[in-house]
Ligand binder design. Structure first.
Ligand code: 2U9
Length: 359
């Protein structure tokens, strides 16, 4: 057992130890509970405490010494206990205050602004398109990105040998059944509308935005993953005029008050007649510019009257109900509006690009 000091020396040593502990604690605002418990253990500890050791030595002290030795050790013990008690309370208060200060928010301090990021340009444009059609009474519908051949092709009047159906253009997924139950990554959001047609009776007025997948090489204008918004209206007495009026209303609210639409005949398996829809160039007001390559018109989407076979596939009687549908590529419209030269910029997550203000 290490050499124990006399009770008097022990007292000196304690005062010295306390003084050193206090000065060490200065740089963190003064003694803290941990300092007190370290002193407690060092001086009064059950096992290694110096005072405890002195008390244990009492039995070895000669009889005539016991009273004085015991007395001075006990008064030292009481003095140390009293000091540590008083310092302990103070240290508890100090620790509570420091914790309070740590929790306290100095509202005068400038806020540490965490970069909140921005909406992705594709999200800004999708929301603007949704808002324009919501004002025309459309509801947004959603559906699975992994679809069956039935919902993505068969029900939409794609003939068996339609090029879009072979693996060249479509990502087929393992785990499906044969034929119409084959699984694939949807190539358009039309399946969403077909699912709504099967479960909801007309009138139907829905918008289905979302990601679509086609086997395309990545280049400035193509990506195997891109985004579409399609829309569908089915009711009694819906005519081509309703289609034209709706597209014109959309163009005016989305592009500009003076925007006009031009419809040109085209073919899609799921509509008859089908039209390509162009909007008057909002950049040159149809005087002709680089954006509209001098034509004054910008192709923005396709549309048409829903093919009777598609209505039937959706369990809707084509003799009683008619409908129109349209579809546009969000990526393409986003590049047009913001003059984005390369589609890949929308996917590469370069913050210098994303950190622009997209409104
Ligand atoms: C149902 C019936 C008809 C949706 C339509 C288009 C025309 C169209 C293209 C736009 C750009 C695809 O992303 S794109 O390449 N889409 O031109 N889409 S009509 O017709 C439907 C959809 C669902 C039940």
């Amino acid at each position: 057992m290490s050499e124990l000091p006399s009770p008097e020396d022990a007292r000196e040593q304690f005062l010295k130890d306390l003084a050193e502990t206090e000065s060490a604690a200065q740089n963190r605002g003064g003694l803290l509970p941990v300092d007190i418990s370290n002193l407690q253990v060092r001086w009064l500890g059950k096992k290694q405490g110096i005072v405890t050791g002195l008390l244990a030595r009492l039995k070895d002290v000669p009889k005539e010494e016991k009273a004085r030795f015991g007395g001075s050790v006990n008064s030292l013990k009481r003095e140390i206990e009293a000091r540590l008690e008083a310092l302990g309370t103070e240290a508890e208060r100090r620790a509570a205050r420091q914790a309070e200060e740590a929790r306290a928010v100095d509202v005068t301090l400038p806020a540490r602004l965490r970069p909140v990021g921005r909406l992705h340009p594709l999200t800004v444009v999708r929301r603007r398109i949704e808002a324009a059609f919501k004002n025309l009474g459309y509801e947004v519908a959603d559906g699975p990105e992994i679809e069956t051949d039935w919902y993505n092709f068969e029900s939409l009047n794609f003939p068996q040998n339609h090029p879009a159906r072979d693996a060249v253009d479509t990502f087929f997924v393992k785990g499906g059944g044969p034929g119409k139950d084959r699984l694939l990554l949807r190539t358009h959001t039309s399946p969403v509308q077909m699912r709504v047609m099967e479960r909801k009776r007309p009138p139907i007025r829905i918008l289905s935005p979302g990601r679509v997948f086609r086997k395309d090489d990545i280049d400035p204008r193509h990506s195997p993953v891109f985004h579409q918004v399609e829309g569908l209206t089915i009711d009694e007495g819906i005519t081509f005029a309703h289609l034209r009026g709706t597209l014109a209303a959309f163009a005016r609210s989305f592009f500009s008050e003076r925007a006009e639409v031009r419809l040109a005949p085209t073919f899609f398996p799921f509509v008859e007649p089908g039209v390509d829809v162009a909007v008057s160039c909002v950049f040159c007001e149809r005087k002709g510019c680089r954006i509209c390559s001098g034509s004054g018109w910008i192709e923005i989407m396709g549309a048409g009257m829903v093919h009777p076979r598609v209505l039937e596939a959706g369990g809707i009687d084509p003799e009683r109900f008619t409908g129109f549908a349209f579809g546009m590529g969000i990526d393409r419209i986003t590049m047009l509006l913001y003059g984005i030269p390369d589609l890949r910029l929308l996917f590469e997550n370069d913050v210098r690009f994303l950190d622009r203000v997209w409104n």
